[in-house]
Design a protein around this ligand. Structure first.
Ligand SMILES: C[S@@+](CC[C@H](N)C(=O)[O-])C[C@H]1O[C@@H](n2cnc3c(N)ncnc32)[C@H](O)[C@@H]1O
Length: 255
């Protein structure tokens, strides 16, 4: 998944996310706008319940928050960036059932009381393992017994597959093998790949299953959320067809 277009900032902390607020749509990849099959919306519709409470963890500018507000009795929305939260608040307009809270999921183990439905889309992407595990603990702790988590995260398999297609492209364009393979392998075994200079975590399918199990959630499905090649390459050649790159979309239940 391509998240950023900028080259200057390197760590995904609050300062970074506040800074991208100015040109969020220009800099940050939107799952909502690129989910052509409407997988996330489909899962929100499936779990929608006018008596249930939902949470949008790392809500950003509120791409999904208004949809949650329409689908649930109340919504708890949080983000590390106050500037993004201000935009999310505006996006929710007249929906009076959303509570916004500035929270660092890596530091606050329990932002809210556990809720029925938790949405967390491309938030667990920070390279720092300590911060990422704390954030995962907070995200899973928000799911109450009998509740569901819908988690979207960049796919490590898609990352490696995209590199394969990049090398293929280089070879077709006449590069020699060494030239075509010129890609840093630092951190790659952890699924961390710099996207335009910002180290970004990508998860393996099985890694997600093990991680969620270890936090007491049972994975009920793992789907590919598929994107066109333009998400990875600015001008993909015409011959570059499917299979296409993807994020993982996991639905998990706390029994
Ligand atoms: C790629 S954006 C996705 C935003 C939104 N979920 C969406 O799909 O449009 C990642 C979001 O996670 C938030 N975030 C990153 N680290 C966080 C943390 N430690 N605690 C809370 N929010 C965080 C960022 O501020 C940003 O809004």
């Amino acid at each position: 998944m391509k998240v950023h277009k900028t080259k200057s900032r390197r760590v995904m902390d609050r300062t970074y996310w506040d800074a991208v607020a100015e040109d969020y749509d220009g800099e940050i990849f939107s799952v909502r706008d690129n989910d052509a099959a409407g997988l996330v919306e489909g899962h929100i519709a499936r779990f929608a319940d006018a008596t249930h409470i939902a949470a949008d963890l790392g809500c950003g500018v509120g791409k999904f928050t208004p949809l949650l507000a329409k689908s649930f009795a109340r919504v708890q929305a949080c983000d590390v960036s106050s500037k993004l939260l201000a935009k999310a608040r505006r996006a929710c307009g007249s929906h009076g059932n959303v509570e916004f809270r500035q929270t660092n999921l890596g530091r606050v183990p329990h932002p809210f009381e556990p809720v029925d439905f938790v949405l967390c889309v491309n938030v667990l992407i920070m390279a720092d393992l300590d911060m990422r595990m704390s954030a995962l603990r907070a995200v899973t702790a928000q799911v109450k017994r009998g509740g569901h988590l819908v988690l979207v995260t960049p796919s490590a398999e898609s990352m490696h597959y995209t590199q394969f297609r990049r090398v293929e492209w280089g070879l077709r364009a006449g590069m020699d093998c060494e030239e075509a393979v010129r890609e840093s392998v630092r951190d790659l075994h952890q699924g961390i790949r710099p996207i335009n200079s910002v180290p970004t975590k990508h998860h393996l399918r099985e890694e997600l299953i093990v991680l969620l199990q270890s936090f007491g959630l049972e994975v009920s499905s793992v789907e590919k959320l598929i994107y066109p090649w333009t998400v990875e390459f600015s001008r993909p050649p015409i011959w570059l067809q499917g299979p296409y790159p993807w994020d993982w979309l996991v639905v998990a239940l706390r029994k």
